[in-house]
Design a protein around this ligand. Sequence first.
Ligand code: ADP
Length: 520
Amino acid sequence: MLPDFRVRQRDYLLEIARALTEELELTPLLDRILGIAIEMLAGRAGLIALHAEPSWHVAASKNLSTPYHKHIEKLVAHISEGEESALVEIQEIMDAVQRLTLTASMGLLNGVGLPLMAHKKVIGVIFIFRNYAGVFSNNDRLLLRSFADQAAIAVVNAQLYTQISNEKKRSDALLDSAADGILILDSVHIIERCNATISRLLSVPLDHFIGKSHDEMIRWHTPPEGLSLEEAERGGWPLSPSAQLYVEGDLERPDQTPLPVGISYTPLLSPDGQVLNIIMTVRDNTRFRQADDLKSTFISIISHELKTPVALIKGYVATLRRDDARWEKQIVNDSLAVIEDETDHLTALIDDLLDASRLQTGGISLKRSDVNLTEILVHLVERYQIQSSKHEFVINMPEDFPILLIDEERIRQVISNLLSNAIKYSPDGKILISGQVKPDKVIVCIKDEGPGIAQDDLPHIFDRFYRASDTAKKTKGAGLGLFLARSIIEAHGGHIWVESKTDRGTRFCFSLPRSSASEN
Ligand code: ADP
């Protein structure tokens, strides 16, 4: 049977062992160790100083007066400035603390200190002060020694835990701040972690990814370009840690259009070459795809819209120049009229293309002057009326329509485009031009009785090069007119919009501010 105090000592050591396994947060762990040590040695106060390269600091203290605590802190920090080994430093700390304690308590307090050693390295020192006479017995020192050994391991574990959780926080922050979607798969393609970007890109809540398989969440809309993960693995991927796999295609998304992406797979291998994890980076390729589409649209417009008039002009010129034929005046005039029309068409198209490219590189500058918009409308309508006998133009502008400080040429360009579209896209009927005067702005609308614009096309018709698919087949055009009109109106501080229903006609309206305060 163990004597009573030995039983208590054993219980303390057991409690330390429990603290060692239970507490992983450093500060509460140190407090707990200190509390137990003080109780175990019937002490009054105590402190733990830790050695965190390159310095020492007081990491926990109990029952020390503030001035005394500060004094010890300075003392400990001062020792760390030396170049000596940690063990020499510890002896120095202990001597210094002992001296200080004796002086400060006028010989009433004495202390015992022991280094905290783990894996043969000094990680700190624990000090206990007691206020009764008599020195620490050998038994006290032995007990404190075994206690200090366990405490040191607990402290190292807590430090490691803090380090790991800080690293996890850092990697979480890194994952979440990444502009690309990131998924971490295990060796059998189950998703272990992912970031918020992938949830946003695929419109799937974040918690739906964890635990699901790669194939369940990454579904290709059409077969991708490049080897898929499964195909690559069947071929022996990855042969080395640097064997990155890249695949491009469109991913399915719930209730949304497929998302163009580029996915990189990077393996994380164990030393013996087994796949531990696969890191997936999903890059949104929408912008590249749009740029690519725009490039193809541009090329097809150039080839179609420019080629046709050039071919016509060339044909007419070649015919007129034939040496073996004599052409009647009427035929020559008609041919020249076609050539002139086609040249005008080419010039207008080139102007539009130049304007569109100018807009991309830095906007348009306006040359403002006082303009009577009603006069411009009347003048343009006269011109367009000559071009079409199937349409009836009606102008309904208020008498008090104000003079506006606007760029006449540019606004003329907008109205011309809206009027020519009304003729081009409606076979016949009335074209109504109306104006409204509001306190801060004016509104002009142009309404036709044509087939209207399909709901799917409406959100896009102001986009560069956009043409509704059914009209694109039947009519000529580059899809730049409305894009330029919107840019011009917005440069004036106004808005342009469209109201249209299939078979119910189309109404385009634009507003312009009355004050010149909103000048661009
Ligand atoms: P373009 O006339 O050269 O095609 P726009 O930018 O002027 O280019 O017009 C874009 C598209 O908007 C047209 O291709 C056509 O599909 C549609 N659209 C424009 N105005 C009308 C209209 N008045 N009625 C029906 N569709 C129209």
